[in-house]
Design a binder for this molecule. Structure first.
Ligand code: SF4
Length: 309
C-alpha cells in the first residue's frame, strides 16, 4: 500500500513537535517545512526536527514576508505582528509544495484559542479559506473541536487518536510531551521579533518615515541605540560586535562618526529624506558618540573622524 505523506508546518515549538509526533504514531510519512525571514530564523526548528528525526526543508520567504509586514490585509497583533497574513502566506507556500512534491495533506500545530489573534475559531476559518486548502488542512491538537478533514474522512488518519485541546493552558501539551518523551522544547514566547514591543516601535517609526525600507534598514533596526532627527536616523553602536556590523551595513550617502583619540562607539547617520546630512545632525551624532563612551563622556579634547560613504 502507498504510504500517506503529510507536509507539516514546523516551527520547532512544542505544538508543532506534538503535531508531528501524533501523526508519526499513525504511520504518516512526514516532511517538515520551516520559514525564515528578516524577523525570525530557522534555528529552533532545525534543533527540534533533529530531536524527533523529522526531515526538514527551510524556506526563505523574507521578501514576501516583508511585504505583508508593511501592509497586512488583516492587521497587526499587539506589536507589529501580522499573524493572520503570515499564517496565510505560509499555508499558500505549503500548498504549492504539496502540489509540486505530491504530498497528500498539510498539518499545522495550531491550538484553538491559544493565541488570541490567529488561533480563534474565526481566524482559523479565515486562514483556511484564504489559503484555499479546504479539507486538506489538519490540526491534530484541536481536530476533535474542528470539522472533520479529508485525511480523517478517507481513513488516512484516525480521528479517535487526535485531540481536543483548546485555550492558553499548556498542561495537556506538557503531559503529551512527557508521553512522547520530548525532553527539550522552547518556551512559548517564540523567536519572532515582530512580537517584541520595543522592536515594533522602531519598525513602525521606520515605516512611517521610509515605507520603501529593505533588508539593510531592517538589519540596522536590530542594532544600537536609535535617535530620530526629522527624517534622519542616528544609530550608536552598543559594543564592538555591533560597531562592526553597523560598519558593514553602511551604504552610499551614510555618514560614520567615531572618535579619533578615545575608544568608543561607532555611530551611523542615515538620511531618509533627499539631500545632504546637515552640520547640525553631524554635531548631534558627535555629541551622542561622546556621551556613550565611558572614557570620553566628560573630556574636552575629543576629536572625531567623519567618514562619508
Ligand atoms: S508571531 Fe511572527 S512568525 Fe508567528 S505568525 Fe505572527 S508574524 Fe508570523
Amino acid at each position: 500500500m502507498r504510504k500517506i505523506r503529510g507536509l507539516i508546518l514546523f516551527s520547532g515549538g512544542l505544538d508543532s513537535i506534538l503535531a508531528a509526533k501524533i501523526l508519526m504514531e499513525q504511520k504518516i510519512k512526514l516532511k517538515g517545512i520551516t520559514f525564515k525571514s528578516y524577523f525570525f530564523n530557522e534555528e529552533q526548528a532545525k534543533k527540534a526536527a533533529k530531536q524527533i528525526k523529522l526531515p526538514l526543508k527551510i524556506i526563505d520567504f523574507s521578501k514576501e514576508h516583508l511585504k505583508i509586514v508593511k501592509s497586512p490585509k488583516y492587521g497587526y497583533g499587539k506589536a507589529i505582528n501580522p499573524c493572520i497574513d503570515c499564517h496565510i502566506l505560509m499555508l499558500k507556500t505549503a500548498k504549492r509544495i504539496m502540489k509540486k512534491e505530491k504530498f497528500d495533506f498539510i498539518i499545522t500545530g495550531d491550538v484553538l484559542g491559544e493565541r488570541p489573534m490567529s488561533q480563534n475559531k474565526q481566524a482559523l476559518g479565515l486562514i483556511k479559506k484564504e489559503s484555499k486548502l479546504g479539507g486538506y488542512l489538519l490540526q491534530p491538537l484541536s481536530a476533535k473541536l474542528l470539522k472533520e478533514t479529508i485525511p480523517e474522512k478517507l481513513g488516512w488518519v484516525n480521528r479517535k487518536e487526535l485531540f481536543d485541546i483548546s485555550g492558553r493552558s499548556r498542561k495537556k501539551q506538557i503531559a503529551l510531551a512527557e508521553k512522547y518523551r520530548i525532553k527539550e522544547y522552547p518556551t512559548p514566547a517564540g523567536g519572532c521579533l515582530l512580537t517584541d514591543l520595543e522592536f515594533a516601535k522602531r519598525l513602525k517609526e521606520l515605516l512611517k518615515i521610509y515605507p520603501r525600507c529593505n533588508d539593510n534598514d531592517i538589519e540596522l533596526l536590530k542594532l544600537g541605540r536609535h535617535f530620530l532627527e526629522n527624517r534622519t536616523k542616528i544609530i550608536v553602536g552598543r559594543n564592538e560586535q555591533e560597531d562592526k556590523t553597523i560598519k558593514r551595513l553602511a551604504k552610499r550617502q551614510d555618514v560614520l562618526v567615531e572618535m579619533k583619540n578615545y575608544p568608543g562607539p561607532l555611530t551611523l547617520i542615515r538620511n531618509y529624506q533627499r539631500g545632504k546630512i546637515s552640520k547640525k545632525i553631524i554635531e548631534r551624532a558627535q555629541e551622542l558618540t561622546q556621551y556613550y563612551s565611558f572614557k570620553a563622556r566628560h573630556k574636552k579634547d575629543v576629536k572625531f573622524d567623519i567618514i562619508k560613504k
